[in-house]
Design a protein around this ligand. Structure first.
Ligand code: ZN
Length: 416
């Protein structure tokens, strides 16, 4: 369908049965506020012969009825469509009916283009209030469109072979479980809490055993207690501990050891203290990126020297810190280069020295099979962390959500 009338073309109305269009300026008063709007007058009529009630070709035209519909705005001004809809009466049975346009939604004053615009803006993480302001409808209308007629699906169409599991804080401090496809990054599941019982019941009730058996890998982070859940619901799945979380675990331990070493140094003006205190970033650099040639001004110790020399000040004087630093570098290198033998060597070669690194390494030893998978498999939790970032942004700009159902529906929209 194309439209010859320039006004209808500008308003993106494609119904050829609409004619006699004119636009005029008008003002309306809403709660004491005067608004300038545009009123689009038009007629909706077409030839109709067969009566929908008795089936005979006995319909004749029977006047017009005025209806008000809201069009989507394209320059911030509200557009009200005053449509004169044709009425028909049956000469045989006396029944009446009216003309209908695809533009209109039955029993609504809103047109389909307004509804589509609301969905498009909701996908871009706009708040209900800003959507209402931009489109020129009430907040309640936006809320009704987004929440009332949509239903959360019980399951996804097809369970993918590679999944990522995590959780995020949703409404009232409750943690909500989330799963995405590791390859396509599509949202797979949102479950209102993260209890093992709820997750197991959800997957067992909604997916057949053969579907669940087809799942090959699941990526998780280290602190989550999902291992037993995964073994139960996906009998053939391999668990992958996310690469970033392994390095993060050791990186935190390195910082804790550095701070405990700092506390033991009595001379707060010494070179060692300054090298450890203000140049903490240098110890997190991968070994390959540490510069031992370029001399530059290093703040803190206030000397012209190389970054390698600064690191050496700490590692030469503090054997405990050197031990921790070497372990951290070993783990980081093994993960970066996907080197399983180096990873095993580093984890098993570690000797306890009563520091925070002991806990980190024992955690890695406990989960070694899953940690090893992070080196061999290409999947990680990175895409899921990105999705959770988007969810947190939505929650932040909306000043939080009170209704969990509404929050989950908005998440489905932004992840679509
Ligand atoms: Zn009839």
């Amino acid at each position: 369908m194309s439209q010859d009338n320039s006004i209808l073309c500008a308003l993106d109305i494609k119904d050829n049965n609409i004619s006699n269009v004119s636009v005029k300026d008008a003002t309306i008063k809403n709660r004491g506020v005067i608004k300038h709007i545009k009123i689009v007058n038009a007629d909706l009529t077409y030839k109709l012969y067969r009566c929908p009630q008795c089936g005979l070709n006995s319909l004749v035209k029977n006047g017009k009825r005025k209806t008000n519909a809201r069009l989507a705005s394209f320059n911030g001004i509200e557009y009200h469509l005053m449509l004169n809809k044709q009425r028909y009466i049956c000469k045989n049975c006396g029944g009446t009916c009216g003309a209908h346009s695809d533009l209109l939604i039955k029993n609504h004053t809103m047109t389909k283009q307004v509804q589509n615009r609301i969905f498009v803006m909701a996908k871009e993480s706009f708040t209900l209030t800003s959507i209402a302001k931009i489109i020129g409808v009430s907040v309640n209308t936006v809320s009704r469109v987004l929440y009332d007629n949509t239903k959360l699906p019980n399951r996804c169409d097809c369970l993918p072979k590679n999944l990522c599991f995590d959780e995020f804080r949703s409404v009232n401090g409750i943690f909500t479980f989330i799963a995405i496809d590791a390859q396509t990054h599509h949202l797979i599941e949102l479950i209102h809490d993260r209890l093992s019982k709820t997750i197991i019941e959800h997957f067992i009730n909604n997916y057949s055993l053969s579907e669940r058996q087809a799942v090959k890998t699941v990526s998780i982070d280290l602190n989550a207690n999902y291992q037993s859940v995964i073994h139960r619901i996906f009998p053939n799945a391999q668990i992958i501990v996310d690469r970033f979380h392994i390095v993060q675990l050791c990186s935190r331990a390195l910082d804790q050891v550095r701070i405990s070493c700092l506390k033991k140094i009595n001379d707060k003006h010494s070179r060692l203290y300054k090298a450890l205190k203000s140049n903490w970033r240098l110890y997190h650099l991968p070994e390959a990126d540490v510069d031992d040639k370029k001399v530059k001004y290093i703040f803190g110790i206030n000397e012209y020297t190389t970054t390698r020399n600064v690191i050496d000040i700490a590692t030469d004087n503090l054997p405990v810190f050197k031990n921790t630093y070497d372990i951290y570098q070993g783990i980081q290198k093994a993960i970066h280069e996907h080197d399983i033998s180096l990873l095993k060597e580093t984890i098993y070669g570690y000797k306890k020295n009563n520091t925070a690194m002991d806990t980190s390494i024992s955690t890695l030893r406990k989960n070694l099979n899953y940690v090893k998978n992070s080196c061999t498999m290409p999947y990680s939790n990175g895409p899921l962390e990105g999705t959770i970032g988007k969810i947190k942004k939505l929650k932040h700009i909306s000043y939080g959500f009170r209704n969990l159902d509404h929050f989950l529906k908005r998440i489905r929209l932004i992840c679509a």
